[in-house]
Design a protein around this ligand. Structure first.
Ligand SMILES: [Zn+2]
Ligand SMILES: [Zn+2]
Ligand SMILES: [Zn+2]
Length: 276
């Protein structure tokens, strides 16, 4: 399998909109991998995860193959992961060629928000979409993949999910946005014992103090890794990636890399591609 990160930041981006803290100032001056857009990733060039406002940027400057993508998983309805106007313009009047259906999958609040916003903006009947509500822990077949939604420890009113994705041979866990996993999610993992070749973990709080829920810092990510090891869901050959960063984590890409590498984590950056 192949995972490509197009966007690797939390809601405000890095450097953050309107901010001139030390991390933002440094990132702006240094540029390169220190610059992060809002979260979006693509599995094997075909299964898209999330639809942030920066989808346009990923398409225009990073070759996101948008017109070929038929399936999109939405983690939750926060605007850095689900920007409905970006979906709405995939409709007659905006797109000149005939497109096939776009299949969008997510929890009920995400699916409801997409439906309501497409209807309100008058494009619901002008585009082709299939909206599918997923249930936690109920695996579903999407394209070549078995996808399992796990309950995330995040803003509960959004019914947030993170996803296990398997092509039958290899398997990955895309763990964003979430704090240290919920008991319910651990119980499911411990009962079913999936094995992951790649694990991508929320590290919004970086080197700062853990916020306890909603997001993780690097210490929380180590605790998750330890428990996945104990469960047999990961081992020495599993690739662990830290992702979804904020200036609140008090570390730029350059600050974080040596510390993370020392602990056996890769640090994501916009455009990073991993084959496993
Ligand atoms: Zn987020
Ligand atoms: Zn800042
Ligand atoms: Zn969120």
């Amino acid at each position: 399998m192949k995972l490509k990160y197009y966007g690797t930041a939390a809601a405000e981006g890095v450097p953050a909109l309107y901010c001139s803290c030390e991390v933002c100032k440094y990132s702006k001056i240094k540029g390169g991998k220190n610059i992060r857009t809002r979260s979006q990733a693509l599995v094997d060039g075909r299964l898209l995860i999330d639809m942030p406002p920066d989808t346009l940027y990923h398409y225009q400057f990073m070759d996101l193959p948008l017109s070929q993508i038929k399936n999109v998983l939405i983690t939750h309805k926060h605007a850095d992961h689900l920007h409905t106007p970006t979906i709405g313009v995939r409709s007659g009047g905006f797109v000149k060629e005939e497109l096939s259906h776009l299949n969008l999958y997510g929890s009920m609040p995400s699916i409801d928000l997409i439906f309501d916003d497409l209807r309100k903006s008058g494009v619901l009947d002008r585009g082709k979409w299939n909206l599918t509500e997923l249930s936690p822990f109920m695996s579903i077949q999407i394209d070549n993949y078995t996808v399992t939604p796990y309950k995330a420890n995040h803003a509960y009113e959004t019914y947030p999910f993170f996803y296990g994705i398997s092509d039958g041979e290899k398997s990955m866990l895309y763990g964003h946005d979430t704090g240290y996993f919920l008991d319910e999610t651990w119980a499911h993992l411990e009962e079913n014992k999936p094995y992951f070749n790649l694990v991508s973990l929320d590290c919004t709080m970086g080197l700062a103090k853990s916020c306890g829920h909603k997001h993780m810092n690097i210490d929380d990510c180590e605790k998750v890794r330890e428990r996945l090891f104990k469960n047999g869901s990961a081992d020495e050959s599993t690739i662990f990636v830290l992702n979804h960063f904020s200036h609140n984590g008090k570390a730029s890409y350059d600050d974080l890399v040596p510390i993370a590498e020392n602990k056996g984590f890769l640090v994501s950056y916009d455009g990073m591609e991993i084959e496993f």
